[in-house]
Design a protein around this ligand. Structure first.
Ligand code: KG4
Ligand code: ZN
Length: 391
């Protein structure tokens, strides 16, 4: 089965094409294309993502990125069969003017051998989600290909099962997992601990009560005068500061919610502690910045790892899956590795390239769903859902 994945939930325009063989979950996966066009440079000047600006960029870029993906997958073939009036039938010009303009190029293509289109339905920014969904619908009605709606967070879970082998033109097997598994999902919009009873069966154990972990990294970065997105910047500063062997000035931050009797998180108070500290400082020297970055990162990681440990132990989990942009954080990865070793459980953390948003994870989740729920009706009429939940 050949699956096209489309991801536009935030500021990455991503398209992937994969081919699966065999029965889920024992199937072989071949990555035919995996394109990610990041809008980070554009949003950086504003210090964050502007939904309507992001939407316009997705609309401008989806068709070219898709065509590039087809070329990479050797599925690009031109034809002259379709007429321009098909565009109006496929894309609503009023709602998606930029996408409509681009869509003519699709009509010059021969239908590629794609069996399913998997597209992110949510959670994320609703205007940008809609552009991805409208594009999926346009392709679906032009070429009569069924659409599978995908939960972005489920995508991050599947990203952790991709492994290093998931490279273009490589064939590989999905990681085998023993249930129950625990998944720690840490991104710019979400911080969640999920129990996975079996494939596609989720139970939300806890989530953040205010800011997400990635959001806290981004906000603290801004306080320290670092560019968006803040996670990689803080992580780099923290690492360099620790490596320098400096002992620092004794800065300490609280471990939010670590002792609370649930699986919830909270990062807004931690961010405020950083803000108060910085306001009191006579000068934000590079050394102090490094120390704050390190101590802040340690506070976030301690709280994430602490709650994850409790969940794994209390629920007797055999497998820990970690995904989302913050999973790219090396300090978090190291600490989770130490923990998993101490318990003898399997730990799958998404590769750094697959931690931040991509369409490979959406295609994989779509392929798995299509294989498991083969009889599900085509549901191309679903709406974007900015607050979509896993359960
Ligand atoms: O999953 P993602 O790409 O987008 C969302 O679905 O939100 O996550 C983006 C978030 C941003 O907040 C970014 O600062 C954070 O992931 N991030 C990191 C690192 N790399 C990205 N946070 C901490 N350390 C990193 N190395
Ligand atoms: Zn994400």
């Amino acid at each position: 089965m050949v699956i096209l994945g489309i991801e536009t939930s935030c500021d990455e325009t991503a398209i992937s094409i994969i081919e699966t063989e065999g029965n889920f979950p024992d199937f072989t996966i071949k990555v035919l294309a995996n394109e990610v066009l990041s809008q980070i440079q554009l949003h950086r000047q504003y210090g964050g993502v502007f939904p309507m600006l992001a939407k316009r960029e997705h609309a401008k870029n989806l068709v070219p990125v898709f065509i590039q993906a087809l070329r990479n997958a050797n599925l690009y073939k031109e034809t002259v069969n379709l007429t321009a009036s098909t565009i109006d039938a496929s894309i609503d010009q009023k709602r998606e003017p930029e996408l409509w303009e681009q869509f003519g190029r699709i009509l010059q293509l021969e239908k590629p051998p794609i069996d399913r289109i998997a597209v992110t339905k949510g959670p994320g920014l609703e205007p940008t989600l809609w552009t991805g969904i409208n594009f999926a619908r346009g392709l679906s009605s032009t070429w009569e290909i069924p659409v599978v709606p995908i939960n972005h967070m489920e995508g991050h879970i599947f990203a952790s099962l991709l492994g290093k082998e998931a490279q273009i033109s490589n064939s590989y097997k999905l990681k085998a997992i023993s249930f129950p598994a625990i998944s720690l999902l840490v991104s710019g919009g979400h911080t969640e601990l999920v129990k996975i009873r079996d494939w596609f069966q989720y139970e939300l154990l806890g989530s953040t009560r205010d800011d997400a972990a990635g959001e806290a990294f981004d906000k603290v970065a801004r306080i320290l005068g670092l560019p968006y997105p803040g996670g990689p910047e803080i992580s780099r500063l923290a690492h360099a500061w620790r490596a320098s062997g400096k002992t620092g000035t004794g800065i300490k931050f609280p471990r939010p919610m670590l002792k609370s009797d649930d699986y919830d998180f909270s990062y807004s108070g931690l961010k405020t502690s950083v803000l108060y500290l910085v306001k009191k400082l006579p000068e934000l020297t590079p050394d102090i910045k490094g120390e704050i970055a390190a101590r802040f990162e340690e506070a976030v990681v301690d709280s994430l790892v602490g709650k994850t440990k409790t969940a794994v132990d209390e629920l007797g989990a055999q497998t820990l899956l970690v995904g989302g942009g913050v999973a790219a954080n090396r300090y978090l990865r190291n600490n989770l590795e130490i923990f998993a070793k101490s318990r003898g459980i399997d730990l799958y953390i998404s590769e750094i390239d697959h931690s931040t948003d991509n369409a490979l994870m959406i295609a994989l989740s779509g392929a798995s769903r299509a294989a498991r729920f083969e009889d599900e009706a085509d549901s191309s009429q679903f709406a974007a859902a900015g607050n979509l939940k896993l359960v």
